[in-house]
Design a protein around this ligand. Sequence first.
Ligand SMILES: Cc1ncc(COP(=O)(O)O)c(C=O)c1O
Length: 407
Amino acid sequence: MQAAAGSALLWSPYSRAAKPGRGHNAYFAQLNELLKQQGPGHPVLVLDQARMDRNIRRLVESVGKQKQYRIVVKSLPSVPLLQHVMQRSRSQALMVFHQPFLNAVAAAFPAADVLMGKPMPVSAARTFYRKLHNTGAARRFDPGRQLQWLIDSPERLQQYLQLARQLGVTMGVNFEIDVGLRRGGLTEPEQLSAALQVIAANPRHLRMRGLMGYEAHLTGMQASLQHPAVQAVLAAYRGFVQRLQQAGLDPAALTLNGAGSHTLKIYERDHTMNDLAAGSGVVMPTDFDTHHLAAHEPAVFIATPILKRYTGNPFTDQAPENMRRLYYIYGGYWKARMVSPDLVGDTIYQSTNQSPIATSQKIDLQVDDYMFLRPTQSEFVLLQFGDLLAVADGQLTGRWPVFHQTG
Ligand SMILES: Cc1ncc(COP(=O)(O)O)c(C=O)c1O
């Protein structure tokens, strides 16, 4: 078969080259032709907008009208990508896990409502305020109103109080509670009562904003709302909510956050929490092929050009059927799994420079064709390739810069 590379054919979704049969199905054959025409010639991350939009709709439907959908920024680490998800979901609520991303979010989304997803050293909080002022973003984003720092211990609450006094600001605080994950946070409602007293004694510097009880330990249980492990989570959560009520606070006026992509769907008929977080379920890395996300569609792919092709397997003529042809791809060793072509054998070795990919002889791709992998997770992998390529209806629709890890 002749290589399509170098042919004068202009790409069209209906071109002969886009037909399946050489190693890609129609979906990947179309992406392959698009990238050969307009791609950068190096490994790149592709986002399928139509699939993302359907995944967003599924999440928003599960959250329902009475709860808030909160977008997990670390899993979708790009301003234009977040903008897209915010528009589609009609949500301004974000969960942030990294100080440089927090400054970027405050600058890019002046109307955002931000909850931190993990407690930060108080020095990171100090850095945030300094950068917010230095960049002028403080004129549009008001952290006192729009930001909830996550507090996991009495010591951290004291540190943040000291910083708030030094800076002369009011800080919104949200308490991480342990509802079974055993990843830190307050373990007993009594600890919350003590923290609320500190807040009440310092109204100029601290404001109670809510609770965050993540329960990723429910992943893999295929749990429904009635599952004992889910009921245990909710019972623990309610214990803290009761403490809020006893202190005269209205839970409905607070952010009672929980869940993640794996578990969000469990709570469709429950109202203990009023704010549910998810990010990865929008793009669906392979780690998220889990029970409650079965209807979601993979929407992010690493696309990488084939650099070299052997007709056979140069290492051995005894190779099993799915390893009788050998390619080398540009890069490799990512947290990712090959998805197209699919008739791929065992890994020979991994290289971040050029990785060998053994396939069946039925796979007949050529040098300069692309191979496609699904990231296993998104928060790290999405940052590794430069601009994300957004694709819709067989066309490139955007080059979306990702966040900087530092800054
Ligand atoms: C506190 C918290 N909430 C929610 C999530 C869910 O994120 P995702 O939906 O991308 O799994 C995470 C992920 O680590 C988390 O740490």
